[in-house]
Design a protein around this ligand. Structure first.
Ligand code: V47
Length: 369
């Protein structure tokens, strides 16, 4: 029975057919990590060959003040609480400028839902970063922030996106998805927009001609069924819009949050690799699967390149969300560190821009630039 199911999945993978939710669940329950990895690697090789992409970027978390108080989050502070901060527009611009001088092609901007900042702050933030160089891509605001900004600006979501785009928004990161199913959301982030709403906003984002990413926060109170349902919802939306660029599973970091008290542990290496590999097998309409080394650690991120992963985020430079929750990874990797990491995994490092255009291929003669 078990071999029958695995055989049928292998046959589907060979024929380039979609696997079902039941089959994805079966893969989660199987102990044969290497069999799953081999299937994922086969699919990845077909889609992306031996290339592994990365970008030179900087994350800027402009404020940790947030009205949502998600239980998994160690980053947020209530207004006025010790440790609460909000960068000025000048501080944001100077961080972005420093990154640009160090070769960054992308500034990744996300923050808490601040109760007092005016809509103009967000427009000016985009415009001042974008004005540093037309070549600098500003990837900013999760679907949760977009919904918040549309209420703040008293505009429809399409009109809000139009204003943000005019100010310099280039694409959206994939945060705020957590687990899209209601039952888990009620437990871990009851004040956040629903999963259905997150998907609706992303649909509007894609219809506005903007690309976005998609994440999944795993390793807390959710079941394998919840993870598969989450990926099914993403796969369905991707069928309709094609607007997701990459799927990024985020391994939960369990320190200093309300979920710490309920005794949730760090994810295991096996779970990390399985989750990335199953995503590669199940999400047949996503071209890229990203390992976010900040949450996974560099070693699991490197090994994941043999388990279906073809993309790494990035130089990062300064990261608060995972590190406030106990992530043991460094804050930053240099371009050279990432190139060595990829090469030592037997893959070809490709520096890319935010929209997945190759900028430079390393270690081969065919350098694009
Ligand atoms: O939405 C919060 C997650 C996300 C914790 O799109 C946590 O390229 C682990 O979305 N442990 C924000 N995760 C980060 C994010 C992201 C990161 C890198 C690249 C991209 C991209 C997007 O971080 C939140 C939430 O899901 N998060 N707390 C925690 N304790």
């Amino acid at each position: 029975m078990v071999t029958d199911m695995l055989d049928s999945i292998c046959r589907k993978v060979d024929d380039g057919e979609r696997i079902t939710e039941e089959e994805a669940l079966f893969l989660y329950r199987t102990k044969d990590l290497l069999a799953i990895g081999e299937l994922a690697a086969k699919i990845n090789e077909r889609k992306n060959g031996k290339c592994v992409s990365f970008n030179v970027n900087r994350h800027i978390n402009y404020t940790n003040v947030c009205v949502n108080r998600c239980k998994f989050c160690a980053f947020f502070r209530a207004p006025g609480e010790p440790g609460a901060y909000t960068y000025s527009l000048e501080e944001i611009r100077s961080r972005a400028q420093e990154a640009m001088h160090q070769g960054a092609t992308e500034i990744h901007i996300v923050g808490g839902l601040h109760p007092d900042l005016p809509f103009e702050f967000y427009l000016e933030m985009l415009a001042s970063v974008k004005s540093l160089s037309p070549d600098l891509h500003v990837k900013a605001f999760t679907a949760v922030e977009i919904e918040y900004l549309s209420r703040l600006a008293r505009l429809s979501v399409p009109d809000t996106l139009r204003c943000l785009k005019e100010a310099g928004l280039g694409s959206l990161p994939g945060g705020g998805a957590e687990i899209l199913g209601d039952r888990v959301r009620q437990q871990i982030c009851p004040e956040k927009i629903s999963g259905e709403h997150w998907l609706m906003i992303m649909e509007e984002v894609h219809r506005a001609g903007l690309k976005s990413n998609a994440t999944m926060l795993y390793g807390h109170v959710e079941s394998f069924e919840d993870r598969v349902e989450h990926m099914r919802l993403l796969r369905d939306l991707q069928d309709r819009t094609g607007g997701f660029q990459v799927f990024i599973p985020l391994a939960f970091q369990p320190e200093n949050s309300a979920l710490t008290i309920s005794g949730v542990r760090k994810t295991s290496g096996v779970d990390d690799l399985k989750t990335l590999a199953i995503a590669r097998i199940y999400l047949d309409n996503f071209t890229h699967i990203k390992a976010y080394w900040i949450m996974l650690g560099e070693k699991i991120a490197q090994v994941s390149l043999s388990f279906g992963v073809n993309d790494l985020d990035g130089t990062v430079v300064e990261e608060k969300i995972g590190h406030d929750a106990g992530a043991a990874s460094p804050q930053c990797m240099s371009r050279e560190d990432i190139i060595v990491m990829i090469s030592k995994a037997g893959k070809i490092p490709v520096e890319r821009d935010t929209l997945y255009n190759a900028l430079r291929v390393y270690g081969t003669e065919e350098q694009i630039q």
